[in-house]
Each structure stands twice: as structure tokens, then as C-alpha cells.
Design a protein around this ligand. Structure first.
Ligand code: HEC
Length: 495
């Protein structure tokens, strides 16, 4: 399948702009995506193998409590994943295609068959989870064997409970496969690897970050599942039931085991992240206002991992204590820590990729690197199919706002989150009017000063008009001095 995405002669910007001032476009995507990952990783991917393990334990020991615990946890999983999980998954599609249609368009062109396969697997997964949950009670009680015809191999006689556990195992594999496909696409956005030289599906999918990220997310999902079950055990197993402390012990060991893998996978992943992105980390973790807090934030994240390990160790070594009131309360801490870690990780991953949405191919403003010369020559507004093309010769301030929408609004709002006004106030103060010429000079080199921002796209006159509009966001000029700032300053000075 050819991966040339646009022809140079067509208009590269084919979609109207969607802009949320206030909340901001990145925050819209972030909220939906983080909620989705918080549900998906532990509950859709990681927990089914653990539920199957609990079920197997019940079958092995003949203790009904294990089986009941497993079934009740599955009920919670079933409800949450098929409602919030599925809705936020679709929500990611809606929000990203609204905010950055060209980026999603590019990804679909490269990964069409990946997503196609993932969708089929997802549908099978939903059918399997329904079958796994709905057959639970019947197949646990049923005594007669199932006779499954195997064609030339005769008939397979199997106990219903064994078949049910096999169903859990198959479901585990299918759930993991959906993640294993999506991670290929997420890795590609951070590091497109050889794809730029040879743009085909395999080169894009097997990007340098694919395996490390998979080896990070898989144990995260499995460990996260353990954290969820630890918090649920007190609700589903009575305090005087001897199985309660044994369940806490088994799940704690599970958590510790996957935590070790997680640390290993995390280090590998960290090692592979391109150096340019690592430089973005302080701002990614805290935003520019709080970069001084970088170390504190890192310590907090480390402490969160420590807290999970500590509660896991208590659960493994002193499971009886975990059935007392303080112990029960302690069981809730790891899940809160896990949510914070996963949320932070997703936010940082989204951020450090900047200024790109697809590394070396497309900036986060949705504009391709190779179209930049075209914008510099033809103009940004003239290249935007849905912009008002007649406005290009209109009053500078109106043109400037349109340019802002195309060049800056994927990341900034005017007054809301990542507000450009607030950032300019930080730079130029609020006590005197801002000079358009100064702002213009800043925009010209903004990608050098702040490596997370793409260079300004478009013609010089568009950049100046943007600067003029930005200057109007600052303190008002004195009466009688309201002419264009460019008229007052020498044009040559800002070239
Ligand atoms: C890829 C996303 C992205 C795009 C596109 C983008 N910016 Fe930024 N910009 C950022 C981020 C992130 C920050 C730092 C935010 C913070 O304060 O934590 C920033 C900071 C700024 C600052 C403050 C810089 C400083 O040194 O403190 C200004 C001014 C600014 N942007 C203006 C613009 C203008 C004007 C445009 C459009 C021409 C633009 N940005 C496009 C992401 C972007």
C-alpha cells in the first residue's frame, strides 16, 4: 500500500478547524485517553489472566471462595470495560480526529490493516468476555462432560470447568493482542524509525520503541490488575473467611512479580527514547511554570513505586495483618499510586513527543515537515481549504487570529489551558503594552528557544500579523497611539 499521503499540488490542509478555547484541545484528548488507559490496561488487558488464576486456584483447592471472588471481580470488569472502557475508546477516535484530522488520517493510511485486525480481535474479545461471564455459574455446576467433535481426531471429552478456564486463557490472549497492535502505532508516533526511508507497514509497526514499550505496558497492565484485585478482596471475601488472607498473599506475589518486570521494561523503554525527547521531560512532568519542581515530582513517582512494593511485600509476608482494619485500608493505597503512575506516564509520553505528532514527519500542529516550504511560499491561509481566503489582505488583527488558529491552537488556547496570553504575560509583563515587533522576533525563533514547539509555518507577513494580533491580547495601548505597531517600528528591523 503506498504511503505517500498527499500530492504536493493539492491543498495540504483539508479539514475545518475544531477549537475548544477554555479546556483546550490537548486537555480534551488527554482526559479521554488517560481515562481509557486507566480502565483498559488493568481491567481489559491485565486482569483476565489473574481472574483465570483465581478460578484455577478454586478448582484446585475445592474452596468455593476463590471461585466466587474471581466471578465477582469479572462482573466488575465486565461492567466497566463494556461501558466506560468502550466509550472512551471510541472517544479517542472522535477527539483526535476532531483536533488533528491530518495526523489520524496519516496514521490510518499507514496502519489500516493493523487497525482492521485490531477491530476484529476486539469484537471477538467482547464476545469472549460475554461467554466467559455468562457461562460461569452453569459450567461450574455442570457435572457431565462436554463432547466436542474434532473431525478426524475424534471427540474431545472435557470437563465444563476446565473448558471454562480455557476460555479465560484464550480471552487473556485476545485482550493482550489488541494492546500489542496499538502499541506499534503509539511507538511509531514517538519514533518512526526507518519508515521515512522505506514507508511501509512493517517498517512503521516494528519501530525502535515497539518492543520496549510493549515490555513496559504488558507488566504494567498485569501489575495494575493485581492492584485492582487487592482493593476488591475486602469487598468480596468476608473477613473471617480463611481464604481472604491467602488471596491477599497470592495477589501480592503477583503484584511484586510484575512490578519487577515493569521496572526492567521501564528501564529499557527509557533507554530507547530518543535523546531529544528526554530533554522535554522537565516541562512534560510539570509544565513550564513548575519546572523547578521536577526533582520533587520524580521523587514522588519513585515513592509511589516504593509504596506499591511495600504494600505488596506486607501482603506477601504478613497477609493476616492485611485483614485487619489498617491493613484493609492499606490495600487501597497501591491502586491509587498505580493510577497516578499510569496517568503521569501517558501524559509524559504525549508531551515529550513534541514538537511532532509523528516524529520527523508531522508536527503537532498537524502540518507535515515537507509542506513547510510550500507554506512559506504560498502562505498558510491560502493553503487551508476551510480558511477565509479573502481575509489575507484584511486588517492584520483578523488575519493574525486566523493564523493563530492554524499554527498554534492545536496546543494553545487564548485564555484557557496553555493560554498564550498567560505565556506572553509571563514574558512581557502586564504593566505596559506589548510590542508586536518583539513578539514577531520571538515567533521567528520560537522552535530554537523552546524545542517542544514547531517552527512557525507560513509567510513572513502572516507571522507579523499574528504578532500584531497577539500584541492586542496584552495591556491596551494609550489612547491616540492605537496604530499598528509595525507602522511605528521600522519594517526592516524585524525581518
Ligand atoms: C506542539 C504544540 C505547540 C504549538 C503548535 C505551539 N506551541 Fe507554544 N508552547 C507549547 C508548549 C508545550 C509550551 C510550554 C507550556 C508551558 O508553559 O508549560 C509553549 C510555550 C509558548 C510560549 C511561552 C514560551 C516561554 O518561553 O515561556 C509562547 C509565547 C508560545 N508558546 C507561543 C506560541 C505561538 C505564537 C504558537 C503558534 C505560532 C505556538 N506557541 C505554537 C506548545 C506549542
Amino acid at each position: 500500500m503506498p504511503c505517500a499521503l498527499f500530492t504536493a499540488t493539492s491543498s495540504p490542509m483539508n479539514y475545518p478547524l475544531f477549537h475548544l478555547d477554555g479546556l483546550g484541545n490537548p486537555i480534551l484528548i488527554a482526559i479521554i485517553a488517560v481515562v481509557h488507559v486507566l480502565i483498559n490496561h488493568p481491567l481489559a488487558v491485565g486482569i483476565v489472566p489473574l481472574i483465570t488464576l483465581l478460578e484455577w486456584r478454586g478448582w484446585k483447592t475445592g474452596e468455593k471462595t476463590w471461585d466466587e471472588l474471581a466471578r465477582k471481580v469479572l462482573f466488575v470488569v465486565f461492567i466497566i470495560t463494556t461501558t466506560f472502557g468502550a466509550l472512551t475508546g471510541v472517544g479517542i477516535w472522535f477527539s483526535t480526529s476532531l483536533v488533528n484530522p491530518d495526523a489520524i488520517g496519516s496514521l490510518i493510511r499507514v496502519f489500516f490493516w493493523g487497525w482492521f485486525t485490531e477491530w476484529i480481535i476486539f469484537v471477538v474479545e467482547v464476545c469472549l468476555i460475554m461467554a466467559y461471564y455468562l457461562t460461569w455459574k452453569q459450567w461450574t455446576m455442570r457435572r457431565e462432560l462436554f463432547a466436542i467433535p474434532l473431525g478426524p481426531f475424534g471427540v474431545w471429552r472435557v470437563r465444563p470447568k476446565v473448558l471454562h478456564m480455557l476460555l479465560g486463557l484464550v480471552l487473556s490472549i485476545f485482550s493482550w493482542l489488541t494492546m500489542a497492535i496499538i502499541v506499534g502505532i503509539l511507538g511509531f508516533m514517538m519514533d518512526s524509525g526507518h519508515w521515512l526511508d522505506e514507508p511501509d507497514f512493517v517498517n512503521g509497526f516494528l519501530n525502535p520503541l515497539y518492543l520496549p514499550q510493549l515490555l513496559f505496558r504488558t507488566p504494567f497492565a498485569l501489575m495494575g490488575a493485581g492492584l485492582v484485585v487487592l482493593a476488591l478482596v475486602p469487598f468480596f471475601v468476608k473477613r473471617d473467611d480463611a481464604v481472604r488472607s491467602r488471596a491477599v498473599r497470592l495477589v501480592s506475589l503477583w503484584v511484586l512479580y510484575w512490578l519487577a518486570w515493569l521496572v526492567g521494561g521501564g528501564l529499557w523503554y527509557w533507554w530507547e527514547i530518543p535523546g531529544s525527547m528526554v530533554g522535554n521531560l522537565p516541562v512534560a512532568l510539570t509544565t513550564q511554570d513548575f519546572t523547578d519542581w521536577h526533582d520533587e515530582v520524580l521523587w514522588t513517582l519513585g515513592a509511589a513505586v516504593g509504596a506499591i512494593a511495600l504494600v505488596g511485600a506486607c501482603g506477601a509476608l504478613r497477609p493476616r495483618f492485611m485483614t485487619t482494619l489498617p491493613g484493609t485500608v492499606a490495600l487501597v493505597i497501591p491502586i491509587l499510586m498505580g493510577m497516578m503512575l499510569l496517568g503521569t506516564f501517558e501524559r509524559v509520553r504525549e508531551f515529550i513527543r513534541k514538537p511532532y505528532v509523528i516524529k520527523d514527519y508531522m508536527y503537532a500542529n498537524g502540518l507535515r515537515l515537507e509542506d513547510y516550504p510550500l507554506y512559506a511560499e504560498r502562505g498558510l491561509l491560502a493553503s487551508a481549504t476551510y480558511a477565509d481566503h479573502t481575509g489575507i489582505d484584511g486588517p492584520p488583527v483578523e488575519v493574525g487570529e486566523k493564523v493563530f488558529m492554524i499554527a498554534c491552537s492545536r496546543c494553545h488556547t487564548v485564555n484557557g489551558s496553555f493560554s498564550v496570553r498567560h505565556r506572553l504575560e509571563r514574558m512581557y509583563g502586564t504593566d505596559k503594552p506589548w510590542q508586536a515587533a518583539t513578539i514577531d522576533a520571538y515567533i521567528k525563533g520560537m522552535h530554537n528557544v523552546r524545542a517542544f514547539m514547531p517552527p512557525f509555518p507560513g509567510r513572513d507577513d502572516e507571522r507579523m500579523k499574528l504578532a500584531e494580533w497577539l500584541a492586542t491580547l496584552g495591556p491596551p495601548k494609550e489612547i491616540g497611539n492605537r496604530q499598528s505597531a509595525f507602522a511605528n517600528s521600522s519594517e526592516g528591523g524585524i525581518q
